[in-house]
Design a protein around this ligand. Structure first.
Ligand code: EPS
Length: 396
């Protein structure tokens, strides 16, 4: 069983992730994790915080000489900004705790969290609700990505909309080749012309003191049939992916395959007819199912699309109410990102890696990476005999 727990506050000393259940012997380096931490920090429209932070991981346990040990892996990402926040964020009683934040931001966890935990200072909620905490999940997701790489599964992500500007969907079969150009785009978009319009939309929102949401797609290629199970609600792969994606701050919609547009189409246009070919084995006429049928991966690319609302911290402050005096006020603003959709697409890749690592370990098991690979290869051989050709997996 794979277990991941994260901790840490946005302006505390550090963010951490503890991962248990990764097979022994998996190759992991700080560099392989730092690559994704850096990607998460990028994207046009990010705020001043990203100029302060240069996220990099310290591996405190569970890895020796570049290989995972059987024990838990501990990852730490330090917050550089903590040095400016020590008095306000120290674990010790402080004579300089800073003025309490009393004006909740509509759309944030501020008011609901303050009421729930019987708090006055909104900082006691926002420090953990901040999307900064996703740095720990991206670090953990990078370890899971390395595991998936051992059996030929690749996870890719890109932005399809920012505000009212949309871009084309990428071809899943070509994503591994397209990803470097996508990552180099300031908005992580597959279409440079649409990317320019997205940048302009972010500039316009920034000038208005506003924020922008958008949409992104995450695709896993090389998934074998049989991940997840139809037998129980919480074993269904689509349900597990939707939960993981919806857990990302500001994500308000998750679609798999044809998603909401599919709900408006007749069955004859939605369902992916089955074909068989000597070389390809079982395959589909298209992939409206997004690679999952009945909660089980079917061998096609797993395609998840998420909608992200605009960030709730607005320079042009929204109306709010003081939590102590109940006076009409303007919502709290210190600094904020104008748009974090490109970053969210990186976080969503990490969440996809976590869920698929869990699902592949469920299916293949393995205490060592050799056993994991061996079990996956044996299953692949069995599936090939049944008509699911190995060519489709490994060629992707
Ligand atoms: C974030 C760092 C935060 C925010 C953002 C995510 O920095 P600070 O609060 O110090 O400016 O920019 O947080 C949120 C989106 C949020 O909802 O709180 C980061 O590193 O991703």
């Amino acid at each position: 069983m794979l277990r991941i727990l994260t901790s840490g506050e946005s302006h505390g000393p550090a963010l951490t992730a503890v991962i248990e259940g990764i097979p022994a012997g998996l190759g992991i380096t700080a560099d392989s994790i730092n690559r994704y931490l850096a990607l998460r920090q990028m994207g046009y429209g990010r705020g001043r915080r990203q100029a302060i932070e240069h996220d990099s991981v310290e591996i405190l346990s569970g890895v020796r000489h570049g290989r995972t040990l059987p024990g838990p892996i501990t990852l730490v990402v330090r917050n550089r900004d903590y040095q400016n926040w020590q008095a306000r964020m120290t674990a010790e009683p402080s004579d300089h705790p800073g003025a309490p934040i009393l004006c909740p931001r509509p759309g944030h966890a501020d008011l609901a969290g303050t009421l729930k935990y019987d708090l006055t200072d909104i900082r006691d909620v926002l420090e953990r609700s901040s999307a900064r905490t996703t740095a720990a999940l991206v670090a953990a997701g990078s370890v899971c990505r390395a595991l998936l790489g051992e059996i030929g599964i690749g996870v890719y992500g890109y932005v399809v909309a920012i505000g009212a500007v949309s871009s084309r969907a990428a071809d899943p079969e070509k994503l591994s080749l397209e990803q470097p150009a996508i990552d180099a785009s300031p908005v992580r978009c597959a279409d440079p012309e649409a990317g320019d319009r997205m940048v302009a939309a972010i500039d316009a929102a920034s000038q208005n003191g506003d924020t922008l949401g958008g949409a992104f797609e995450v695709v896993a290629v090389g998934c074998p049939p049989g991940l997840g199970a139809h037998t129980q609600w919480d074993r269904r792969l689509d349900a597990r992916l939707a939960c993981a994606m919806m857990s990302i701050q500001a994500v308000k919609a998750v679609e798999i395959g044809a998603g909401m547009p599919g709900a408006r189409m007749p069955g004859s246009e939605v369902h992916d007819e089955l074909l068989y070919d000597e070389n390809l084995g079982f395959h589909r006429s298209r992939n409206n199912a997004g690679g999952i049928e009945g909660g089980i991966s079917n061998g096609e690319p797993v395609v998840v699309r998420c909608g992200m609302k605009p960030l709730p911290t607005l320079k042009n402050r929204l109306r709010s109410v003081n939590v102590e005096t109940h006076e009409a006020v303007q919502a709290h603003f210190e600094r904020s990102d104008v748009c974090a959709v490109p970053a969210a697409s990186v976080i969503a890749e990490a969440m996809m890696c976590i869920i698929l690592a869990e699902a592949t370990l469920d299916r293949f098991g393995g205490d060592s990476i050799e056993a994991f690979r061996r079990n996956a290869a044996a299953t692949r051989a069995e599936l090939a005999k049944r008509g699911y050709s190995g060519v489709r997996w490994s060629s992707r």
